[in-house]
Design a protein around this ligand. Structure first.
Ligand code: ZN
Length: 158
């Protein structure tokens, strides 16, 4: 009985497509996710985070994930770069996503910067990847993966 109730509860709580606010759009689809070697983030974790966005139909299919060492550029064309913090204060934030937008017409590239201490934090990775894919914050629902202070509240990831 209790298992059945749990299953039912889980289903009722699942995200729907309407739960995600698409705030920015890519000019073309991102072709690659690049993990810089300045931070020890596992490919498998990024893959898992990407699956969240595929399951929730924000993107249609997998994006190739590569490890790279040339991380001095701010952006790479059609790529989502994941790198350690460079342009934000790690005393104030866990991570930050920057978008290279062309004349406000669309995203050309994205860069996710993460405090190296959080390199295994899948919730944070899903959240920032959401921004990089064009999804904005969800201010009202504290359990939402796109809640601004996602690490300070319990978060549903199914
Ligand atoms: Zn955010």
């Amino acid at each position: 009985m209790s298992l059945f109730m749990l299953a039912l509860f889980g289903k009722a709580n699942a995200y729907t497509g309407d739960d995600f606010h698409r705030t920015w759009f890519w000019m073309d689809k991102p072709q690659v996710i690049e993990i810089c070697d300045d931070i020890s983030i596992k490919k498998e974790m990024v893959e898992e985070a990407l699956l969240f966005w595929i399951d929730n139909k924000v993107i249609e299919e997998k994006i190739e994930i590569k490890l790279i060492s040339n991380c001095n550029d701010d952006y790479h064309m059609d790529a989502i770069m994941i790198t350690k913090h460079k342009k934000f204060d790690i005393r104030k934030y866990y991570a930050m996503t920057f978008l290279d937008e062309w004349n406000g017409q669309g995203i050309l590239g994205a860069r996710i910067e993460i405090d190296p201490v959080e390199h295994e934090n899948i919730i944070l990775m899903i959240h920032e990847l959401g921004h990089a894919l064009g999804i904005g914050h969800e201010e009202e629902d504290i359990y939402h993966i796109m809640y601004p202070k996602v690490l300070s509240t319990p978060t549903k990831i199914e």
